[in-house]
Ligand binder design. Structure first.
Ligand code: ATP
Ligand code: MG
Ligand code: ZN
Length: 153
């Protein structure tokens, strides 16, 4: 017997597949989808995957999210696959690519950093992949973050 996960198909929009298990809510946060958002979003967390054991999936109907914005997802889900859906079919598929520099998205853990001052400036980070781990280095104070998940704004 073939047991499949059933989430209704979308006619058009963006499907973010192969998200690390349990990280879908962080993906939504990075995309700015949250309380009060009007987008039609379906999401599956910790579902079985042949490639990953378990994974999360996010589907945003009627919206084609820009590639630059989607690439920010690589910070917390480096194996994510983007599928652009039109007429119920996958029209384009690509893997997210880790940006080498980001603005916003993360906050700097250094309390004395100018990004945490009374008149804060937008945090900026250099991004690197070291031994399969994403690290972010603050543009202003050089503080290195190795657990980026915990510093998503
Ligand atoms: N019309 C649709 N509406 C919603 N989700 C869709 C639609 N078509 C495909 N998907 C989802 O998009 C993802 C990619 O679909 P595809 O048919 O390419 O599967 P696949 O062969 O398993 O791809 P991959 O090799 O990337 O895992 C899957 O998670 C699938 O459920
Ligand atoms: Mg698949
Ligand atoms: Zn800093």
């Amino acid at each position: 017997m073939k047991r499949e996960l059933v989430i209704s198909k979308i006619e058009r929009g963006t499907v973010i597949d192969h998200i690390n298990a349990g990280k879908a809510l962080l993906v939504l946060r990075i995309l700015g989808i949250g309380v009060g958002s009007k987008d039609t979003v379906t999401l599956a967390m910790n579902v079985p995957s042949k490639k990953m054991g378990k994974k999360d999936i996010v589907k945003v109907a009627n919206k084609f999210i820009g590639e630059e914005e989607l690439n920010k997802i690589a910070l917390i889900a480096p194996k994510a696959t983007i599928n652009l859906i039109e007429s119920y079919e996958v029209k384009r598929k690509f893997k997210v690519k880790l940006p080498d520099f980001i603005e916003g998205i993360l906050r700097c853990p250094n309390r004395n950093c100018i990004t945490n001052s009374r008149e804060p400036v937008t945090p900026k980070f250099y991004i690197k992949l070291k031994d399969d781990v994403v690290t972010a280095k603050c543009y202003y104070c050089n503080k290195v973050i190795r657990n980026v998940d915990e510093f998503v704004i």
